[in-house]
Design a protein around this ligand. Structure first.
Ligand code: F6R
Length: 363
């Protein structure tokens, strides 16, 4: 049931404050401002993490790499499942494999799980469908509790996956002694603000719809981000191409000058995801390179970022200021809405985009 919404996708986008609030409440003790321990995983004995997934779930894992490395000082290898399964890499017995899958049935992700298991690794699966094959074959199953996701383009499953991964990264940091109780409390309180921040992000919908009207006329679009905003740029580009069929690429902002800058002209919109964080200045200098070549910029940032950017000819979406750790969850929303409204203007079949399946059970 779509309720008052025109498509399942936009309904699911709007469900995110509630879904993510529920997921965070399951994995974090909001009263004690602490992460709940993850049963059956002793992070103090783990020396390396391998995170494997496909598509949007892979991008959730990519964000988590930054969190695990920073919060828990745990090295993370992040892989696309179709590559991981055939690469025959050596895996340490003291390593943990995390596979992420909304459906729990993705063929390549399942094959990766079996490969890692065969190498003697323990497997934690972050899944939405609890009765799935991946859930069953994992040693530890961490449900994302997003409820059924009907739109083929993943939205609420993505942010719910991020919520689980953030909570697990905090728990890992505590178990490994890389954060103290005060730092843990600060992180947990920051994440507990996410549902409210997501509500604020949803209020940008009218402005995003106006931008989407123009975006629907272009052939190509570039997304740039740095740090945890880099995987959000990748996710933004994926969302746009899957449902609007506009060619989009996500790039690490610092890679711009190593090739993609050649594409920049007046016709090429560039979506820059840049909260005012410790890499903001670096991203802005990349954005200036785009502006100097006449590129059209859509900047997604906060008040401080918009003041510090000081570039004309920029369309700016302003989110509330928030701690750096939580930005991926909140910045996902404008990126999803931009893809959604662009697709609506294009008149595509948003919930059932051509050539795509909700569950990819063949490789
Ligand atoms: C993107 C999308 C796909 C899936 C990918 C993995 O919107 O839906 O990229 O994320 O096929 O699917 P799961 O998570 O079911 O393994």
């Amino acid at each position: 049931d779509k309720g008052n919404h025109r498509h399942f996708m936009v309904k699911e986008i709007h469900e995110q404050p509630e879904v993510v609030g529920r997921t965070l409440g399951h994995y974090l003790d909001l009263v004690a401002s602490a992460a709940k321990a993850v049963d059956d995983i002793d992070f103090s004995r783990i020396d390396r993490l391998s995170i494997t997934a496909c598509g949007t779930a892979y991008y959730a894992g990519f964000v988590a790499k930054y969190w695990f490395e920073r919060i828990a000082r745990l090295p993370v290898d992040i892989d696309i499942a179709s590559e991981f399964r055939y690469r025959e890499q050596p895996l340490s017995k003291d390593g943990l494999s995390i596979v992420i899958s909304q459906s729990g049935e993705t063929a390549d992700t399942l094959a990766s799980l079996r490969y890692a298991k065969g190498q003697g690794q323990r497997i934690a699966a972050i899944v939405n469908v609890r009765e799935s094959t991946i859930a069953r074959e994992a040693d530890v199953m961490l449900p994302i509790l997003a409820g059924p996701e009907i739109g083929v383009a993943s939205t609420k499953a993505f942010t719910a996956q991020l919520a689980v991964l953030a909570a697990v990264a905090i728990a890992a940091g505590r178990a490994r002694g890389t954060i103290d109780a005060a730092e843990e409390a600060l992180l947990v309180r920051s994440f507990s603000e996410v549902p409210r921040l997501m509500h604020e992000a949803l209020r940008l919908e009218g402005q995003i719809e106006a931008l989407a009207r123009d975006l629907a006329k272009v052939k190509h679009c570039l997304y740039l981000g740095r740090g945890t905003s880099y995987p959000i740029a990748l996710e933004g580009a994926l969302k746009l191409k899957e449902i609007s069929y506009i060619h989009a690429e996500g790039y690490a902002a610092g890679e711009l000058k190593h090739g993609p800058i050649a594409l920049i002209d007046e016709e090429m919109p560039v979506v820059v995801i840049a909260p005012y964080d410790r890499v903001f200045e670096k991203t802005v200098s990349n954005m200036q390179e785009v502006a100097a070549r006449g590129g059209r910029i859509i900047l997604i940032t906060d008040r401080k970022g918009s003041e510090a950017a000081a570039i004309d000819a920029v369309e700016t979406l302003i989110l509330p200021e928030m701690p750096a750790a939580v930005t991926p969850l909140v910045y996902a929303i404008p990126v999803q809405l931009l893809a959604y409204h662009t697709a609506v203007f294009m008149g595509t079949d948003v919930d059932q985009p051509r050539n795509l399946a909700k569950s990819v059970t063949v490789e």
